[in-house]
Design a protein around this ligand. Structure first.
Ligand code: PAF
Length: 281
């Protein structure tokens, strides 16, 4: 697996592969990889012949400077993991390269970026959609894989690609869980042992609500209350939101009569965690 830092090196590697008739897959990441990321690389590998992974801790998507500074980085470890799961090229741009001098062109996906994570983290999605469109322009891949764990982010990217006619196929990667049900996240390493145990309440609540849904419950308020009851089980948990939303618009649903997601966000021992389950009708 090759490492590149500049746009010129990246373009020449991708150009060479394309000339050999290879389909290019792309997985953008902020590094500190876990099994969830590696599952996205494996999906890219099964849909493309040459897989580019980027590692860029994007300053523009952190509304909290401390959160940005605390973001874990370990390129040597990430590189080894990527090599073993078959990535072909690792692209590690610098902030100066991504946001050139006088940078002022931002991408905003208006409606999908407003609620939920957007309301909790002002400016976050503007940073995400901007960096993803810059990375798409640099890599020029045929397809890119985004995880369902960050479901709002995934929907936003799908909408951006449709609206801006980006010539790239977006592939959804299913959420990957630890054996105790906790959704995999780079933030999990920041949980204290007690908070790590408390973090199970998010998925426990979602699974309980999902069971209720499978049993015929369609009232969103009742499904949300099931999640909230689990979150209330630990003093370490500060719930931020739990909501049943339409898959496509992310608008709240009173009754689940169309494909929906049950979203949850909470801080657990000071670490912000997200999780969700699909409610398929
Ligand atoms: O999901 C992430 O890791 C980031 O938001 C992304 C898509 C790599 C953009 O910085």
């Amino acid at each position: 697996m090759q490492h590149v830092k500049t746009a010129a090196e990246l373009r020449s590697c991708v150009h060479r592969s394309r000339e050999q008739g290879r389909r290019i897959g792309f997985v953008p990441t902020m590094g500190y990889l876990h099994e969830g990321h590696l599952s996205l690389v494996k999906i890219a590998k099964s849909s493309a012949d040459y897989v580019v992974v980027s590692i860029f801790v994007n300053p523009a998507q952190f509304n909290d400077k401390k959160d940005f500074e605390a973001y874990p980085i370990d390129i040597a470890r990430d590189s080894e993991l990527l090599r073993t799961c078959g990535a072909d090229l690792l692209f590690i741009p610098t902030p100066e390269m991504v946001y050139g001098p006088g940078f002022q062109s931002w991408v905003t996906v208006e409606e999908l970026s407003a609620p939920w994570e957007g309301a909790q983290r002002p400016g976050h999605f503007r940073g995400v959609s901007t960096v993803v469109s810059i990375l798409f322009n640099l890599v020029q891949a045929d397809c890119a894989v985004f995880g369902e764990k960050d479901f709002q982010q995934l929907r936003l990217i799908e909408q951006m690609v449709a609206d801006l006619k980006c010539n790239i196929q977006i592939i959804r990667g299913p959420l990957v869980r630890e054996t105790d049900g906790v959704a995999m996240s780079s933030r999990n390493v920041r949980l204290s042992p007690e908070a790590r145990v408390a973090a199970r309440s998010l998925s426990r609540g979602l699974f309980a609500a999902e069971n209720g849904f499978r049993g015929g419950e369609r009232d969103s308020a009742k499904l949300v209350r099931t999640v909230e009851a689990e979150l209330a089980s630990s003093k370490l948990i500060e719930p931020q939101y739990a909501a049943v939303v339409a898959e496509s618009t992310l608008s709240p649903l009173a009754l689940v009569t169309e494909p929906a997601r049950l979203l949850v966000a909470a801080t657990v021992g000071g670490v912000r965690l997200l999780d969700n389950v699909a409610l398929a009708v």
